[in-house]
Design a protein around this ligand. Structure first.
Ligand code: NOJ
Ligand code: CA
Length: 562
């Protein structure tokens, strides 16, 4: 195999199976690019950066919600599932964006939020206006309060973001919300709710979207008895048998079987990926069957340290699970809900509690003396390169290709994340997600580092300019150049979905081969690892000299041409 520094044009997969081994780039629309200078990223901003996405070499973009929303939860409180938030653009802008992406062979996945709507959604407004026991109220989860006049909540449950999970509506009834109080949960026993989402899936599919990312896919179906269990009882209940009252119930797969029929009405069939935080990889696999959503996020690497044993275990486990259902695995190191992986890996190892640890660091005000910025980025680059060689899809989060760190020092007055405010008692994890949602730096100066003509909606620290696209663009050692090279090579090298581990004689060095001889090796330790003679390094996350892979470095190898 002869691969030179000259990169072939990226080849994107144009088969119905494109999703199986795609590199999907997550755009958080409000923070990507702002075309009209109001400080909020928008769809025309995305259109203006399509060349950037093309050159980056990704296969698909996934857009976090861009629907009309009061922004109680960064857009995951949807007021209308079939429109664009006027602050972000119009349906015509959406169509232009789809056309611009498709013209470059880039697929588009949109976010669907079926567990809850916004409290501004017309169905919830109708439920509030209608009396107790009405068909309108039945579309959400209402219960009578306890106490003489219903003045006490039906149960002592806490929401995922902290604070109570039941909210009174003033007539003795209360509604249930897993997340913020502005996000009432739908009642999926009601056929109207099914119809609402089938209509929505067709609406976007008809507009040309290629697939859907399904928010809180494990939460939709509930089974609440007349006498509700206490929070402590709920917590103690098994989450692995499909019978927990709130999470990961087996019946949820009936919803996805219904959706599969809609996906299959299209040619090629629309694809879906489940966000399902479930108890075991076996439970996750149920979301990824061909009769269901087809693919499910594997978040295990978010929790893992930069540690060979943890990586090996997670990789082997997930490849086995996805093979068992006929799906392909997914790999995620960063997204809009967690502390960026360059930062997580810059904190001292903590035995597989990375997400929580990053959160604790944010809550402590992001002490600079606890963060090894350079080491964190070095490990992040190595982890990404290693993961990009794995069979399956990789989901990348905007800004990681610039090697961005988390922004820790956002003043409380400028924070937007409801988890920050609701969890003010600090008894929950997942707090303070604004630091990974700070608008991207495109240039090294300007009012918002080229994000737009105005000041960005979240404060951008000074150091962001040094990691801007303009600075990294022409620098062969930059993280952007590393991602571009790796993604272009990935198109050339992509092959069958098998992986064979190669023993390295070292506990801290992992190495595997793909069927065509493409190999990836990662040194998770500090001592150099000698590569074999005749092994050609085609890309590495840090310089490799004299055939020795330094610590905290990954490389891709191909058999030498001669
Ligand atoms: C998961 C999303 O990724 C997160 O951002 C959101 O807050 C919750 N679901 C609720 O929709
Ligand atoms: Ca704007």
């Amino acid at each position: 195999m002869a691969l030179t520094e000259t990169q072939a044009a990226p080849r994107r997969l144009d088969t119905p199976d494109w999703w199986r081994q795609a590199a999907v780039y997550q755009i958080y629309p409000r923070s990507f690019a702002d075309a009209n200078g109001d400080g909020i990223g928008d769809l025309r901003g995305i259109v203006s950066r399509v060349d950037y996405l093309d050159t980056l070499g990704i296969d698909a973009v996934w857009l976090s919600p861009f629907y009309p929303s009061e922004l109680a939860d960064g857009g995951y409180d949807v007021a209308d599932y079939r429109d664009v938030d006027p602050r972000l653009g119009t349906l015509a802008d959406f169509d232009d964006m789809v056309a611009a992406l498709h013209a470059r062979g880039i697929k588009i996945i949109v976010d669907i939020v079926p567990n809850h709507s916004s409290d501004r959604h017309e169905l919830f407004q109708a439920a509030l206006a209608a009396p107790k026991g009405s068909p309108e109220r039945d579309r959400y989860i209402f219960r009578d309060g306890l106490g003489e006049n219903g003045e006490l909540p039906p149960a002592d449950w806490k929401s995922v973001f902290g604070g109570p999970a039941w909210e009174p509506v003033g007539d003795g009834q209360w509604y249930f919300h897993h997340f913020a109080k502005e996000q009432p949960d739908f009642n999926w026993d009601n056929p109207d709710v099914h119809e609402e989402f089938v209509t929505t899936l067709r609406f976007w599919s008809d507009r040309g979207v290629d697939g859907f990312r399904v928010d809180v896919a494990h939460g939709l179906v509930k089974d609440l008895p007349d006498v509700l269990p206490s929070a402590a009882e709920l917590d103690a209940m098994d989450r692995t048998d499909g019978r927990h009252p709130l999470w990961d119930r087996d019946e949820v797969h009936e919803v996805y079987a219904e959706w599969r029929q809609v996906f299959d009405e299209y040619d090629p069939p629309r694809i879906a990926v489940a966000e399902a935080w479930v108890a075991t990889p076996e439970r996750r696999a149920k979301y990824a069957t061909p009769e269901g959503l087809g693919q499910a996020f594997n978040f295990d690497l978010l929790e893992a340290d930069f540690d060979a044993a943890q990586f090996r275990h997670i990789i082997s486990d997930n490849l086995a699970q996805s093979a068992a259902t006929g799906s392909s695995s997914t790999w995620v190191l960063s997204n809009h809900d967690v502390v960026r992986h360059a930062t997580r890996y810059g904190l001292a190892p903590l035995n597989g509690r990375r997400v929580k640890q990053g959160t604790e660091w944010i809550l402590a005000g992001g002490p600079e003396d606890e963060l090894d910025r350079e080491g964190g980025l070095r490990r992040a680059r190595a982890a990404t390169l290693f993961v990009l060689a794995l069979p399956g899809s990789t989901y990348l989060y905007q800004g990681e290709e610039l090697g961005l760190h988390e922004v820790a020092d956002i003043p409380a007055a400028q924070r937007q994340d409801p988890a920050f405010f609701r969890g003010a008692d600090h008894d929950k994890d997942g707090l303070g997600r604004d630091g990974c949602r700070v608008p991207l730096p495109w240039t090294s100066d300007g009012p918002s580092f080229g994000f737009g003509a105005g000041i960005a909606h979240l404060p951008q620290p000074e150091w962001l300019g040094a990691s801007s696209v303009a600075v990294e663009d022409g620098d062969p050692a930059s993280t952007l150049s590393l991602y571009r090279r790796a993604l272009a090579l990935r198109h050339e090298l992509q092959t069958g979905e098998q992986l064979e581990w190669i023993e390295t004689g070292r506990d801290d060095v992992l190495r595997f081969a793909r069927p065509n001889g493409w190999q990836a090796v990662a040194n998770f330790g500090t001592e150099g690892y000698a590569l074999g003679a005749g092994e050609q390094v085609v890309v590495s996350s840090a310089p490799v000299a004299h055939g020795v892979l330094p610590g905290a470095t990954a490389a891709w190898l191909v058999p030498s041409a001669d």
